[in-house]
Design a binder for this molecule. Structure first.
Ligand code: SAH
Length: 356
């Protein structure tokens, strides 16, 4: 066991089994040994690669999306652009560069990056050095919000939020916890008393697993409330499923390969597929409108990824194959094009945004 596993085992020995959500929070965010506190997870040398790290076109198209939605809402001068979980800052840098296509968009724009990891905040600050407008950081969404229209972007953020798991047994639903086995190692165990998941699916067979993220639902409610009240739009892109009951999807990833969830906490990325139905329900409950989710491949194609690729190739003909294969990775349904999906949250009266 690594030192963080030992600390978690001591916690369980003292107070009893913990939920998977609690385990994920410690493993990802422990200030000393948590995954996001310790390492830069991105890129070929890291554990995983995200869309903005694959191709600059991803962020450029998202930037143009923001500009179009802002135009559709009458070009409000004061506006806030918030990104949840900005990673290395690449996506925001690409969004801001592309948004200059509309010279009056950057005017009156306040940028806020919501990032839990001090290490990544520093990487983002460096990446955005060239941007002259106001930028600030917040640890939580609530600290990032103001009274202007809110434009919000989140790519691969919701998959990192903690989930709880519920298993259907012959006696009803029971929560799967992290406990200790006889040798004192971390293990999964069902809580002895039944527990009903906050959202259920009808007719789940025995053995079915349901995942629920309270943090994801609450975040979408907060976003939906602001957007319904003040205007703006949110664009959420992530891997996940559309209908409730997506099954067991909690995963650990290390050096681009799947690994065991409970082993070596803090050294591996933990994530779960996003339950888009619960995000949509959260936003709808507070009076916002949602569009999608639509598959990422279709979304990016609708936004003109092929045209932008041609432009880049014309300027860098020697990179033709590399550029084309990056774009293919984003849109090919066998790669990221179908598993990844885009969801928009809008004020109830807003027109349909591009790509949906
Ligand atoms: N959007 C980026 C990074 C995705 S990785 C990209 O597409 O490349 C997830 C990001 O969310 C990291 O920056 C991580 O530090 C951040 N994060 C995870 N959980 C968080 C939380 N609860 N609060 C704030 N940031 C969080």
């Amino acid at each position: 066991m690594n030192p963080l596993a030992q600390r978690i085992a001591a916690l369980i020995a003292a107070q009893g089994p913990i939920s998977i959500a609690e385990f994920m929070t410690i493993a990802l965010h422990d200030p000393k040994s948590g995954y996001y506190a310790r390492q830069d997870p991105f890129g070929v040398a890291g554990d995983f690669v995200t869309a903005p790290e694959i191709s600059q076109i991803f962020g450029e198209l998202l930037g143009l999306w923001c500009v179009q939605v802002w135009r559709d809402q009458g070009r409000p001068s004061r506006k806030r652009l918030v990104e949840l979980g900005p990673g290395r800052g690449t996506l925001m840098a690409d969004i801001l560069r592309a948004s200059r296509a509309a010279p009056d968009f950057p005017e009156g724009l306040e940028v806020v990056l919501v990032e839990a990891s001090p290490r990544l905040r520093e990487a983002q600050r460096k990446r955005l050095e060239g941007w002259t407008g106001p930028v600030r950081w917040a640890e939580r969404l609530e600290e990032a919000l103001g009274d202007e229209p809110l434009f919000l972007i989140a790519n691969e953020f919701f998959d990192a939020l903690p989930i709880r798991q519920f298993v259907r047994t012959s006696r009803g639903w029971s929560e799967r916890m992290v406990a200790l086995d006889v040798s004192g190692s971390l293990t999964f165990a069902l809580a002895p008393q039944p527990a009903r998941p906050p959202r259920t699916v009808p007719d789940a067979p025995e053995g079915a697993v349901l995942e629920y993220s309270a943090a994801a639902s609450a975040t979408c409610q907060e976003i939906g409330r602001r957007i319904a009240d003040r205007g703006g739009a949110a664009l959420i892109v992530d891997y996940g499923y559309e209908k409730p009951g997506g099954g067991e999807t909690l995963q650990a990833v290390s050096r681009h390969a799947f690994a065991s969830v409970l082993e070596r906490p803090g050294e591996r990325d933990l994530s779960a597929h996003v339950d888009f139905s619960s995000l949509t329900a959260g936003a709808a409950q507070v009076g916002a409108k949602t569009c999608g989710p639509v598959p990422q491949g279709r979304f990016l194609s609708d936004l003109g990824i092929a045209r932008r690729l041609e432009q880049l190739i014309a300027r860098n003909p020697e990179q033709r194959d590399a550029l084309a294969s990056q774009v293919n990775r984003l849109v090919d349904p066998a790669q990221m094009g179908a598993l990844f999906k885009a969801l928009a949250i809008l004020p109830p009266t807003a027109p349909k945004p591009p790509g949906f």
